[in-house]
Write a protein that binds this ligand. Structure first.
Ligand code: GLA
Length: 440
């Protein structure tokens, strides 16, 4: 305790220490929720388009639907405001303020509304002079803005990086994280720090990013098209050796929003986005009009088996293990564990356009699934179970063009062992530990 007081004392003199991590204990599995940007953008025209403009009304409506349409029951919990909520000017006291013509009751009232529904409230700002859409940024007011967010009971802050110097971010993002922490309110901290640095040709300092941010963007903004989703998938596959080690409980790579249910993706492509996002342990932030989404897309977003892969407690990000002639195989180690073996989620992706499903045949062993006791295998979208298969078994899947088949292969636990032993995996040491449970 004394040490903590000394550290805080120093902080007051010299500013936030670079080594003070966020360590807020939040998002031990990737965050799930709804985020306005991809679908609703910067529509501020509430006069002519009251139902779709960025406004209190839109967020209340979406929050209502997240609960009433069953999204919260499967794990979606954050209702996140993005750009264009602000007034163009700060208030008289220098505080950030919403555009009151669109948020007439203010942000605290909206946050309270979201909380009353049992959900959590997220907000957007920018570490620069302006947000990307030209509203006031936090530069020069970091501590005040962190306090303002805390006073509104914000649970999640996305901090963008327009109108700032990427070089300054190595100091600026940790500094704002420090002020968030200092408020005493736990807020998820979503950073755009690495993506702006990568664009500027600066190699991001990921050990610092991991320490200070709960999630971060590495790559382009997602758009409403299959080409955009493919470009994200390729980025995550092509750069996986550098990216994967950065992910883990409490700190995640963010490939950007789910665009399922909008205009640009077919049914097959929507399943592909959901499956690959789950394999790469992505935050699941839907950006879709929940008033008009068709049932088949809603079912994809609410697929409990795929969500369970995304939310696997080990928090190990999966990887592309095969890519040839338009066929890709992606795999992610998941629970349950036994001895030195993981269970796996495996996604077969068909990037071909030759109009007919492609067959992929492979043994479990070839996929790296070598546990001698076998695996209980199920197809997560078809909800078909294949029973317990040995590592030598050849499985054959039919994958539709731009579609996916995602399997879950659970280690088959012999009954007596599963009761008496527990295997845990230490992601930092990369080791398994099997413990004998006391046998009462
Ligand atoms: C950037 C971000 C997007 C969105 C917009 C808002 O482009 O990457 O996710 O927040 O700004 O202007």
């Amino acid at each position: 305790m004394a040490a903590a007081i000394v550290v805080l004392g120093l902080v007051a003199l010299v500013g936030p220490p670079a080594a003070l991590g966020l360590d807020n204990g939040l998002v031990r599995t990737p965050p799930m929720g709804w985020l306005a940007w991809e679908r609703f953008r910067c529509n501020t025209d509430c006069k002519n388009d009251p139902e779709n403009c960025i406004s209190e009304r839109l967020f209340r409506t979406m929050a209502d639907l997240v609960v009433s349409e069953g999204y919260s029951a499967v794990g979606y919990e954050y209702i996140n405001v993005d750009d264009c909520w602000l007034d163009k000017e700060r208030g008289a006291n220098g505080q950030l303020q919403p555009d009151y013509s669109r948020f007439p009751n203010g942000m605290r009232a909206l946050s309270d509304y979201v909380h009353r529904l049992g959900l959590k409230f997220g907000i957007y700002e920018d570490y620069g002079n302006y947000t990307c859409a030209g509203y006031p940024g936090i530069l020069g007011s970091l501590e005040l803005d962190a306090q303002t967010f805390a006073s509104w009971n914000v649970d999640y802050v996305k901090l963008d990086g327009c109108y700032s110097h990427p070089k300054d971010m190595d100091r600026g993002y940790p500094e704002f994280g420090y002020f968030l922490n200092k408020t005493g309110r736990q807020m998820v901290y979503s950073c755009s720090w690495p993506v702006y640095q990568i664009y500027a040709g600066i190699a991001p300092n990921f050990s610092s990013i991991i320490e200070h941010c709960n999630l971060w963007r590495n790559f382009d903004d997602i758009q409403d098209s299959w080409a955009s989703v493919e470009s994200v998938i390729d980025y995550y596959g092509d750069n996986q050796d550098a990216i994967i080690p950065n992910a883990g409980p409490g700190h995640w790579n963010d490939p950007d929003m789910l665009i399922i249910g909008n205009f640009g993706l077919s049914y097959e492509q929507s399943k592909t986005q959901m499956a690959i996002w789950a394999i790469i342990a992505a935050p699941l932030l839907m950006s879709v009009d929940l008033r008009t989404i068709r049932p088949e897309f809603k079912a994809i977003l609410q697929n409990k088996g795929v969500i369970a892969v995304d939310q696997d407690p080990l928090g190990i990000q999966g990887r592309r293990i095969y890519k040839k002639s338009g066929i890709e195989i992606w795999s992610r180690p998941i629970t349950p564990l036994q001895q030195n073996y993981f269970s796996y989620a495996v996604a077969f992706l068909n990037r071909r356009t030759d109009g007919t499903p492609s067959d992929v045949a492979v043994t479990l062993q070839e996929l790296g699934l070598a546990y001698p006791g076998g695996y209980a295998v199920e197809d997560l979208f078809e909800e078909v179970s294949y029973g317990v298969l040995s590592p030598e078994t050849k499985i054959k899947v039919k994958v539709n063009p731009s579609g996916v088949v995602i399997l879950r292969a659970n280690i088959h636990l012999p009954r007596f062992q599963s009761q008496n032993q527990k295997t845990v995996y230490d992601p930092y040491q990369h080791v398994f530990r099997t413990t004998a449970r006391p046998n009462f």
